[in-house]
Design a protein around this ligand. Structure first.
Ligand code: HEC
Ligand code: HEC
Length: 144
């Protein structure tokens, strides 16, 4: 009987711990989703915070940079990145690049071979660098 009782306590404790753990996880997750983008001008306005982060990690990797290449720091003693700010020109260039990639894919590539061709991304040109190779000369030298 005593053994059974202890077992019950352990089972109850385990369940409580599992619930507490799940709640912490859910809270973290919710925090992420709560961060709604507020200044989208090119990407769909209903893109979630989580989707934005995945897309942004892609841009950073494609250009071989960190977030602050396009995103300005906030004012004040303890500057943090202000993701909604449009202060850095690189962010605006990136917006035009996003529109360009969309046009290449949906206006041009889509019309070839019934749209079966592979879509392009930032990587297609940038290949991990900020300035893509644009001339035969620099291709021969292997740098930009
Ligand atoms: C190559 C440039 C570039 C890089 C690098 C980049 N971003 Fe962005 N980011 C943008 C652009 C452009 C937008 C706005 C898109 C639009 O207007 O639809 C944006 C928007 C955002 C937003 C939404 C802000 C708001 O409230 O509207 C967040 C959050 C964000 N980026 C996070 C990040 C994070 C985190 C990283 C690093 C992992 C990162 N970005 C790297 C270009 C970049
Ligand atoms: C068709 C090729 C091509 C594609 C695809 C492309 N870019 Fe670019 N990008 C360029 C060229 C060319 C430049 C100018 C490089 C230079 O100044 O020498 C450039 C420059 C940039 C710059 C400015 C870099 C700097 O040093 O100031 C940013 C930011 C940028 N691209 C972001 C992006 C993002 C984000 C994507 C994907 C959404 C993308 N690009 C896709 C060709 C491309």
């Amino acid at each position: 009987m005593r053994y059974l009782k202890n077992r019950k306590v352990i089972v109850v404790l385990t369940i409580c711990m599992a619930i507490a753990g799940a709640q912490t996880f859910a809270q973290k997750d919710r925090g992420h989703e709560d961060h709604k983008p507020e200044n989208l001008k090119v990407l769909p306005k209903n893109t979630t915070g989580e989707e934005i982060h995945t897309i942004m990690r892609g841009y950073s990797k494609a250009l071989g940079v960190r977030c602050n290449f396009c995103h300005a720091a906030s004012e004040g003693d303890k500057p943090k990145i202000d993701f909604a700010s449009d202060a850095k020109p690189e962010k605006d260039i990136a917006r035009k690049m996003i529109a360009m990639v969309d046009a290449i894919n949906n206006k041009y590539l889509d019309k070839i071979e019934d749209g079966k061709l592979e879509k392009i991304t930032c990587v297609t040109c940038h290949m991990g660098r900020t300035t893509p190779i644009v001339s035969i000369d620099s291709l021969a030298k292997g740098k930009d």
